[in-house]
Design a protein around this ligand. Structure first.
Ligand SMILES: [Zn+2]
Length: 223
């Protein structure tokens, strides 16, 4: 990783010049990936490598999986939100949780339970909402918001046996739980995108501010 880099990508990142052409970071990364002959790009200043090359993905998540731990940096960044769960640990801890999850989630009864929940949410809420919106030509439906609500309902019903009813009509305001989950995810992502985050002291105050906010949101989630 470089502490400073003047290549085109890093320069655009540091000066935020990409903002003029793209709505969000993912759109800009997608554009760069399309242009790259190897379908892989490097953000040196963040120490990040981003790939959309299927061979690279297979190498990382299958062939040489052991070579690509999440690492201490990302475990720390995501620690307040994900704790020591399967998405945030490496090695034996990961392997143990992977085996447990595989036993639980791989069973026919759990799969069938999840299928029924997602089917019901799709049939009784999502399609119904899209149908009624289609009948109102002047009404604007924010699809990103709709699918976030759809995902949140399904996750809560499958994981906690709780139905937050986020897709009920008319669409209710976001619940405190949903706001906290969304904010904790956003702030954790912002922590990861903080350039020069590895320079001691330089971003300590910023990071501390983010940490307090993430911890507040995480405590609302009961984490
Ligand atoms: Zn660079």
């Amino acid at each position: 990783m470089k502490l400073w880099c003047n290549c085109d990508i890093c320069h655009s990142y540091l000066t935020s010049s990409w903002v003029g052409k793209f709505d969000n970071l993912c759109d800009w990364y997608t554009h760069l990936l399309r242009q790259s002959p190897t379908k892989t790009i490097h953000i040196h200043i963040l120490g990040n490598t981003i790939t959309a090359n299927p061979e690279n993905v297979e190498h990382m998540i299958k062939t040489r999986f052991d070579n690509y731990p999440k690492g201490k940096t990302f475990s720390t960044i995501l620690g307040d939100l994900l704790g020591r769960g399967i998405f945030n640990v490496d090695g034996d801890l990961w392997l143990f949780q992977r085996k447990m999850a595989s036993l639980e989630l791989g069973s026919v009864s759990v799969r069938s339970h999840a299928f029924q929940i997602v089917s019901a949410e799709t049939e009784h809420r999502l399609l119904h909402l899209l149908d009624s919106a289609a009948g109102k030509p002047n009404e604007i439906l924010d699809l990103q918001d709709v699918f976030r609500r759809f995902a949140f309902d399904n996750i809560c019903k499958i994981s906690f046996g709780l139905d937050p009813g986020c897709l009920n009509e008319p669409l209710p305001p976001m619940s405190e739980l949903e706001v906290a989950f969304d904010l904790a995810s956003k702030l954790s992502a912002r922590r990861a995108a903080l350039a020069l985050k590895f320079v001691p002291g330089l971003t300590a105050t910023l990071n501390e501010g983010l940490s307090v906010q993430v911890q507040k949101s995480s405590s609302c989630l009961g984490l």
